[in-house]
Ligand binder design. Structure first.
Ligand code: GBH
Length: 484
């Protein structure tokens, strides 16, 4: 037996004895010690940032408090038949009032960072024009509370809750301009303390899903020509937002976005399939991330859209392609790609019916997506830094009488994704941090409260928060800065 295996053997034997002779609580958040018993050998680089993510409409509640104006999600969720069970974000987690409790949850986890979003219509009830001072005051309080607890805020300006008063919504170019003004105001008021901003969250969700599929607010089903123009106003808003944030900042800030790029995993890790995933990544993200990173619509996209292609005004792409300090991607599930002699050189493979998924059927389990999501974006566009701005899953959590939630499926999902995150970091890709979706169960959009994504369980009647097993797991990951 060499030294290393002798040491390992000793540890295993000691661990077994400890288990046999003591009765520790099974999941004790904050249990001291324990580090010596295990070393995964998968350490993250020093300074790697761990965080949790949330979004305003999903957690805040306080929908009518202190002068907040309605957003398209207030209107949509109050329209019969649009959301599961007619659920709305009127109360959600009531984080509008309970934000100090939520900062303590973050502190107990030991996260260095917290990704949150701002409700545009809390700050500008009409979307533009006269600001509501009570709105920005709320975010001042949240930011100050985070900083007092040594947690760095990463703020998303727009996570789908467009002020309802903005006429035409994203059908209007005026909305992109209004977003620029809103970004300027936020930068003026928060950038003395907040140094990291994301403009928009997931273009496809507030464009295609809202205006073509109708699954999300505002629930329209418009023709492709309109949708292409709406997509363009989405990325234009992002670009104007980047410029306005920078132009109004009180000091150096870092600006990026949070985009659910479509991620492609090679069916086999061989050269031809790997290069097929790059082709797929560039083409399938053409209206959004590809346009932002390359400063144009690629020829293939324009050819595909034909007469439906968007009208682009001079200067639009100068704004849209403003250099970013970081690229954030939200990743839940990928598609598999193989090399082929099809027109574009790849085939997106259909999944067999037996393919496994988490509680939300769309979260099909393929943890390699974290590695390939980072690698494909880096190999194509070489961003300075990347973040995983969301990753997580729903589970059919059950709160036990003793207050525990043993969400082993979520821990399985997260552990395997974090393993693949580690692979990307170990290979030298500039991945700087990870935001787990989500800090706590919340309003899951059209799925209402039927899908829980939190690592804290929320009893939506009492609003009490309970850490799940996954919260304890995440705390260990953060404490050790390694895969656990
Ligand atoms: C992210 O979106 C959001 O940023 C976040 O707010 C959200 O809570 C989180 O993920 C979890 O969902 O039901 O088959 O028609 C995820 C984007 C768009 C993915 C809608 C699921 C519906 C698929 N989602 N999509 S399906």
């Amino acid at each position: 037996m060499n030294d290393l295996s002798r040491r390992k053997f000793g540890q295993i034997a000691a661990g077994a004895a400890a288990l046999a002779s003591t009765s520790l609580p099974r999941f004790a958040l904050g249990r001291a010690g324990g580090d010596a018993d295990h070393d995964s050998g998968r350490k993250f680089p020093d300074g790697f940032l761990w965080g949790c993510a949330t979004a305003a409409y999903q957690i805040e509640g306080g929908a009518k408090d202190d002068g907040r104006g309605p957003s398209v999600w207030d209107v949509f969720s109050h329209t019969p038949g649009k959301t599961h069970n007619g659920d709305t974000g009127d109360v959600a987690d009531d984080s509008y009032h309970l934000y100090k409790t939520d900062v303590q949850l973050l502190k107990n986890l030991g996260v260095q960072t917290y990704r949150m979003s701002i409700s545009w219509s809390r700050v500008f009830p009409e979307g533009k024009g006269k600001p509501n001072p009570a709105g920005i005051d709320y975010y001042n309080r949240v930011v100050d509370e985070l900083l007092a607890n040594n947690i760095t805020p990463y703020i998303t300006l727009f996570h789908w809750d467009l002020p309802a008063a903005l006429e035409g919504g994203w059908r209007s170019r005026e909305t992109s301009l209004a977003f620029g003004d809103y970004a300027a105001y936020i930068s003026q008021h928060l950038s003395d303390r907040v140094k990291h901003f994301m403009t928009t969250n997931e273009f496809v969700c507030f464009t295609d899903l809202g205006y073509q599929i109708g699954q999300f607010a505002p629930g329209l089903k418009l023709p492709l020509k309109d949708v292409c123009q709406i997509r363009h106003y989405g990325i234009l808003a992002h670009g104007l937002g980047v410029q306005a944030l920078r132009a109004n900042a009180k000091g150096p800030i870092e600006v990026g976005l949070a985009e659910n790029a479509q991620v492609f995993v090679p069916v086999m890790e061989t050269g031809e399939h790997i290069s097929a995933t790059q082709k797929a990544t560039r083409l399938m993200n053409a209206p959004f991330l590809t346009a932002v990173m390359e400063g144009k619509y690629i020829d293939e996209y324009l050819a595909q859209m034909g007469p439906n292609a968007p009208k682009v005004e001079p200067g639009d792409f100068a704004a849209i392609s403003s250099p970013l300090d970081f690229v954030g991607v939200n990743i839940y599930t990928p598609d598999y790609v193989s090399a082929s002699d099809s027109k574009y050189g790849f085939t997106v493979e259909k999944r067999p019916a037996s393919y496994p998924h988490m509680y939300s059927p769309w979260i099909e389990i393929a943890p390699e997506c974290l590695y390939w999501g980072i690698r494909n974006v880096c190999d194509l566009w070489h961003p300075k830094k990347m973040f995983i701005t969301e990753n997580g899953c729903s589970s059919s959590d059950v709160l036990k009488p003793d207050g525990s939630v043993v969400d082993i499926d979520r821990v399985m999902y997260l552990r395997n994704h974090v393993m693949n995150l580690h692979r990307a970091a170990a290979e030298g890709y500039p991945i700087k941090g990870y935001f787990l979706w989500s800090l706590l169960d919340n309003y899951e959009w059209a799925d209402g409260y039927s899908k829980r994504f939190g690592i804290h369980y929320v009893d939506f009647k009492t609003l009490k928060r309970y850490p799940k097993l996954s919260a304890e797991w995440y705390r260990e990951v953060i404490k050790r800065n390694e895969v656990v």
